[in-house]
Design a protein around this ligand. Sequence first.
Ligand SMILES: Nc1ncnc2c1ncn2[C@@H]1O[C@H](COP(=O)(O)OP(=O)(O)OP(=O)(O)O)[C@@H](O)[C@H]1O
Length: 348
Amino acid sequence: MTTTSSGAAVQVRELRKVYQVHEKEPGFLGSFKAFVRRQSREVEAVKRVSFDLAPGEIVGFLGPNGAGKTTTLKMLSGLLHPSGGEARVLGFEPRRRQTEFLRSITLVMGQKQQLIWDLPALDSFLVNQAIYEIPEAQYQATMREFTEVLGLGGILKKQVRKLSLGERMKCELAAALLHRPKILFLDEPTIGLDVNMQEAVREFVRDYNARFDSTVILTSHYMADVTALARRILVIDQGELVFDGDLSRLAEQGSGGKTIKLQLRQAVTPEQLARYGTVVQSDGLSAELTVPRREVSVRAARLLGELDVADLTVEDPPIEAVMAELFGKGAGRSTPETPQDEREEAIA
Ligand SMILES: Nc1ncnc2c1ncn2[C@@H]1O[C@H](COP(=O)(O)OP(=O)(O)OP(=O)(O)O)[C@@H](O)[C@H]1O
């Protein structure tokens, strides 16, 4: 695989994006005023972000609404020009959108569809085959694989508009990966899907990554996607990269303690359990306690020594809880600032 000089598949240095947002007061008077004197202000959506992705790595890209995830992925796929800094993807400069670059990447946006609405998905696949100049034998082989893994049989010839959301998303993924890209930018690929379908998409991404040693950066509001696929997590908040590290280290960012789960041979009361930690749940023979991180081994040893314990496990708090704690306080301030329609206009 072509990589940057540092050996990274994706290299991002001090990347910035500033949007010009035009503002208008509501109503006719507002429109008139805006016509006479256009008001605008700058939104710094991505602030000097730097990271490297190694070839074959799957990275979860997390952050609250409006944090800058989509903007970053759009810059990496060359849809948006950065306002500053540098990005290299397999050694290419995304903004130049060279043919070889476009053949090597894909951007899947769960909220936007790329398939042709009124035609069967198969027709969109044929269009992609032509665009990416996929040789017939490779096309047939990939179609066979994807049909099997994603269970596409029976839906490929239906009009896209008549597919369920889950069926459509499976076709979207297949279409986006037909040319076997090396770099996958996946922006909320499971949004709105039911749990089984989310699992199917995850399985497909995991399988594709293993087969083609592709590099994947994935955003999702479903932590199960992230925890199932990624070891490394990048967290962005208000345009700034605030965490880059192992998933387990992210769990330690929260102030909450660890969870001790207990199975007991002899029932104990919640009052007895309260001597060991905060009781989250207790029904006599099974219980769940939260204990301060540093106290875990001491408290676990006491539980094992003093109670008739059949099983004891120690778990990190769910990643949802950590993220809620990290960003809950900022939820209000990070609401997207511009409606979607106005945004597209602002790009120009
Ligand atoms: N075209 C645009 N014009 C102006 N501002 C924009 C535009 N696109 C995004 N923004 C703003 O930039 C910031 C980052 O938006 P972005 O869509 O990258 O966030 P996100 O992390 O992907 O959010 P979400 O999880 O809600 O999809 C937000 O404040 C948003 O309102």
